[in-house]
Design a protein around this ligand. Structure first.
Ligand code: NIG
Ligand code: FE
Length: 411
């Protein structure tokens, strides 16, 4: 089955296969073809170019994109969409003056979500999570990473990861699973963090590995959560099971997580709301992608990741949602792209590069996703009729998506 998209006002992010990420000044360039066509066969892009170079007769189906822009679907490389219930009450508590840290120290926060998840059946957790997945797909997300970390017991972590595996089996977009046992220290281990670390390393990791449930390993490296020493232990243990790191660092404090991440050749270091000059130097010449999560900054009222400092130093940057019940109850990549422009002073070109090609790097799907490239999967966004691609972040809060295609199928 072949489908041809014709009269595309502008086809964005047309790249040769060798480009797997863009850094520094390259991020200002978004290669594109005006008045274009795109030909797909089954689930794959097989040709594209200028309209005058094609003949329509060849395809089984024709999609007229007059006035519309086509781009690769968003890649969301950092989410926690498998969770139970919500934390709406903590949202109200914060409005009334409590801080995120205060709520956590009173036993709310991650521990609140863990309790809810432990008391939710695997079936119910799957049902709640699939709704969120379907919602983000409608919003243009065509590849997603999902973390565990709201279980905090062997049983509940495995339950979360099995739900992620079921989502992988049931849906056509690529899903990567990250084991985040070290997300918070559970109540039972309040005065015995090392005991919990031992449980992660000696019980959870072997069980996760036995069932092949994770692609990556993560830890919340932050004051009051897990130290650099803990991070080294977890990443070392993950390495033994072949799990590469994708870690939470520098959300509130700089404690050295970036250096540790790079030392372990992490695929990505995520959050970076605070970042030092030394961190920037360490990231240069590394293979680690820095990832910013602006919706989290928006929701918590914490600083935005200094994108200009990072990009102007010549580094790449990716954008993701962080969709989770506590710090970011939103999986809307369109809002992320807009907020990156408005609050982090990224240009539309930079933000779109960060949410597609660089995001694909941050979850290792560049072989198949993140750009309009022959042989890659036909995971696409077709916009409504809009004046130009800059209109997407400009018209924040407006849904400018006409349709989304996953593996060549309109969803
Ligand atoms: O990435 N920072 C750590 N973990 C999540 C939020 C966890 C929560 O509040 O439930 C994050 O923001
Ligand atoms: Fe997160």
């Amino acid at each position: 089955m072949t489908t041809i998209f014709i009269n595309i006002k502008e086809l964005l992010q047309t790249r040769p296969r060798e480009i797997t990420k863009v850094s520094g000044l390259q991020m200002k360039v978004l290669p594109s073809i005006k008045n274009a066509y795109l030909l797909i066969k089954d689930d794959e892009i097989i040709d594209f170019g200028e309209m005058n170079n094609t003949c329509f007769g060849i395809a089984d189906e024709v999609v007229d994109c007059t006035g519309k822009i086509v781009l690769p679907a968003w890649v969301d490389s950092h989410t926690h969409i498998v969770y139970a219930g919500n934390r709406e009450q903590e949202f109200v508590d914060r409005i009334n003056g409590l801080s995120y840290e205060e709520i956590a120290s009173r036993g709310g926060g991650i521990l609140n979500s863990a309790e809810k998840l432990q008391n939710t059946s695997e079936e119910d957790l799957y049902k709640q999570s699939k709704k969120r997945l379907e919602e983000i797909m409608q919003l243009g997300t065509g590849a997603v990473e999902i973390k565990s970390g709201y279980g905090l017991t062997v049983e509940a972590e495995i339950k979360m990861l099995r739900v992620i595996r079921r989502l992988k089996d049931e849906y056509k977009l690529p899903i990567k699973a990250t084991f985040l046992g070290a997300h918070a220290v559970p109540k039972e281990f309040k005065d015995n963090k090392d005991g919990y670390m031992d449980q992660i390393i000696n019980q959870m990791l072997p069980a996760v590995s036995d069932e092949g449930l994770a692609d990556y390993i993560d830890i919340f490296c932050e004051k009051g959560y897990f130290s650099i020493e803990d991070t080294e232990r977890i990443l070392e243990a993950g390495k033994k099971y072949g799990l590469r790191a994708k870690i939470h660092v520098n959300q509130f404090n700089i404690i050295g997580g970036v250096t540790t991440g790079v030392k372990y050749n992490a695929l990505s270091v995520d959050h970076l709301e605070v970042i030092s000059d030394d961190d920037i130097e360490v990231l240069k010449n590394s293979e680690t992608m820095p990832v910013a999560l602006p919706s989290c900054s928006y929701f918590l009222g914490i600083p935005y990741t200094p994108a200009r400092k990072i990009i102007d130093a010549g580094l790449p940057l990716a954008l993701a949602t962080d969709f989770n019940p506590g710090s970011t109850p939103s999986g809307n990549m369109n809002f992320v792209v807009s907020t990156a422009c408005i609050k982090m002073k990224m240009t539309p070109e930079e933000a779109i590069n960060a949410a597609t090609i660089n995001a694909a790097y941050a979850m290792d799907v560049t072989e198949t996703h993140g750009s309009i490239t022959i042989g890659k999967k036909a995971n696409l966004i077709v916009t409504k009729e809009i004046p130009s691609f800059g209109f997407l972040p400009y018209a924040f809060g407006t849904n400018n998506i006409d349709s989304v295609f996953i593996n060549g199928q309109k969803i």
